[in-house]
Design a protein around this ligand. Structure first.
Ligand code: NDP
Length: 323
């Protein structure tokens, strides 16, 4: 496992990390969560991602209990959670990054995780209603209170990120250090297009989610929707229209022979392709079974095989490189 700095921050995260969305507290219970985290940590993963909203708070509860059981030193891992969507319906309790919500959300989250602090808080989405200055100050204050070490953004526009950086610089506050974006062979626009200047001029960090497009890039949906897969989970039927598109499945089928030629599974090829992007600090993996995670961690051995010629061949199939 190699480690990369989170943008300009000194902290280093494993280039493959592990997250809890859909799985922890929904598809899988305590025992499987512990086995997955143990497998990841054993392979050198030091970065674990969660969110207040995942499984209505249960993903944090399960990860917290797993951390306690596994007994790793607190210094040996980096843990992130995210705020924005909220857990309750009330005004100031959801879809906001206002000071009141952020300040009230952190303590219950720490309690669920059984931790004194998280390493990284992400603003899970941008909030056009709250003045950016209020959010930057609130994040700064959470860090100064010792409840987090760093903060970052998720799915913000480059304009919003740069504005937050400038506000923080103006007032000598803690700046956001990294984005968390959707990125994979089919979703490239923000990371390779919009953010290029952000990486070049601000050395902003980038950790990416859904490297397999919710499993599509593993090839598991090539011949329909398996009954135990994410797209068949109650509440995730929307994936069937928005992610499992026929033209994408056709490309996955076209890439499969190249994966075989490299001695890789399709999932490993897709993850290794993400790792080739030097602007990324970490690729956040998801898995509902230990076998999936072990396979995906094997992508580290495939990355060196992605020569410029191989990358060209992949580009020839994808035909979606942002300008
Ligand atoms: P992926 O796109 O890699 O999807 C993971 C899912 O694909 C697994 O749960 C499993 O689902 C299936 N899968 C994984 N590996 C294999 C394999 N080798 N063979 C077959 N199927 C496989 O990542 P996620 O979408 O889970 O995202 C990763 C993490 O990113 C999340 O856990 C979360 O921490 C973060 N995230 C952040 C978001 C944000 O807004 N900031 C949004 C979404 C995720 P199954 O077995 O059920 O089919």
């Amino acid at each position: 496992m190699k480690y990369r700095r989170l943008g300009q921050a000194g902290v280093q995260v494993s280039e493959l990390s592990f997250g809890a969305w859909v799985t922890f507290g929904q598809q899988i219970g305590q025992d499987m969560a512990e086995r997955l985290m143990h497998t990841a940590f054993d392979a050198g993963v030091n970065f674990f991602d969660n969110a207040e909203s995942y499984a209505g708070g249960n993903a944090e509860i399960i990860m917290g209990a797993a951390l306690k059981k596994l007994g790793w030193p607190r210094s040996s891992y980096v843990l992130s959670t995210k705020f924005y969507w909220g857990l309750a319906e009330g005004i100031n309790q959801k879809n906001t990054l206002n000071r009141k919500y952020l300040t009230q959300a952190i303590d219950p989250s720490l309690k669920r995780l059984q931790l004194d602090y998280v390493d990284l808080i992400f603003a899970h989405r941008a909030d056009p209603e709250t003045p950016l200055e209020e959010t930057v100050w609130a994040m700064h204050n959470l860090i100064e209170a010792g409840k987090a070490l760093y903060w970052g953004t998720s799915e913000w526009s480059a304009y919003e990120i740069v504005s937050a950086i400038y506000i923080a610089e103006k007032h000598h506050l803690h700046k956001p250090i990294t984005e968390q974006s959707h990125y994979n062979m089919f979703t490239r626009e923000h990371v390779e297009g919009e953010y290029a200047r952000l990486f070049r001029e601000h050395h902003y960090g980038e950790v990416i989610w859904s490297p397999l497009a919710s499993g599509l890039l593993s090839g598991k949906y090539n011949n329909g929707i398996p009954a135990d897969s994410r797209a068949a989970q109650p509440g995730y039927e929307w994936l069937q229209n928005s992610v499992l598109k026929p033209e994408r499945i056709a490309k996955v089928k076209q890439l499969a022979p190249l994966a075989r030629e490299l001695g890789a599974s399709m999932a490993q090829l897709a993850i290794a392709w993400c790792l080739k992007n030097p602007d990324l600090s970490s690729v956040i993996l998801g898995a509902s079974h230990v076998e999936q995670l072990t396979e995906n961690l094997g992508a580290l051995e495939i990355t060196p095989k992605l020569t410029p010629e191989v990358m060209e061949r992949i580009e020839g199939v994808l035909q979606n490189k942002p300008r």
